[in-house]
Design a binder for this molecule. Structure first.
Ligand code: GRF
Length: 208
């Protein structure tokens, strides 16, 4: 049984997609043991509570330094016997100490086709604004392992989404979620739960 800890900061629609996929049997042999948010009022916490999942609020703001925050995070995550950490819209940049501690055990969902429109400053609506500004015709989402860089870890799965002429950033964000994020995140988790993701030095593969 793959035991997940999901880290969130916002609305939690990706968390909901995982909760729903476990409930429907699309993801099997998996449970969410803990949801951690750095925002007290994140709606994601309500979604977790409604699903009967344990939640924890831990913000770097309440700690004197990064080391202490990392220690508290690692303590909570390890106490639950976590096998995989899922970043589902988590807006805190993780320290190299944290990512090294969990090498190959953290995945993130990013709302573009990495290596386009990613890295520092590319989060939330900004990603989609930049996509529209550049006028690309195809965007999408990426699930990748997390390393010490920003959006630089091995790519596990991607899905393309069309950009339409009259798109606003909000409309595009919603389409990328519906057509890509909420589909590939559960797929990757299920693949990991069944030992079907192979991680090499810089690349990852889903074994079909
Ligand atoms: C998503 O677009 C995800 O790709 C990005 O942050 C957003 C989180 O949305 N990392 P939600 O909280 O899952 O609704």
């Amino acid at each position: 049984m793959l035991n997940l800890t999901v880290l969130v900061s916002g609305g939690g629609t990706n968390l909901q997609a995982v909760i729903d996929a476990i409930a429907s049997g699309e993801i099997t042999d998996t449970r969410i043991g803990l949801v951690i948010s750095n925002k007290k009022d994140a709606y994601a916490l309500t979604r977790a509570k409604d699903a009967g999942i344990e939640t924890l609020y831990l913000s770097p703001k309440d700690f004197e330094n990064r080391e202490d925050y990392d220690k508290a995070m690692i303590g909570a995550i390890d106490e639950k016997g976590t096998d995989l950490i899922v970043l589902a819209g988590f807006l805190v940049v993780l320290s190299p100490e944290f990512t090294d501690h969990y090498r190959g055990k953290i995945i993130n969902i990013h709302p573009s086709l990495i290596p386009s429109f990613c890295g520092n400053g590319y989060y939330g609506l900004k990603v989609h604004e930049k996509v529209l500004e550049r006028g690309v015709k195809v965007t999408g989402a990426t699930v990748h392992f997390v390393d010490s860089g920003t959006d630089t870890g091995p790519i596990i799965m991607q899905k393309a989404v069309s950009v339409k002429n009259n798109d606003t950033a909000q409309i595009l964000q919603r389409r990328v979620m519906e057509e890509a994020e909420w589909i590939i995140l559960p797929k990757v988790i299920n693949a990991i739960a069944h030992g079907n993701v192979r991680l090499e030095e810089k690349k990852a593969y889903v074994i079909e």
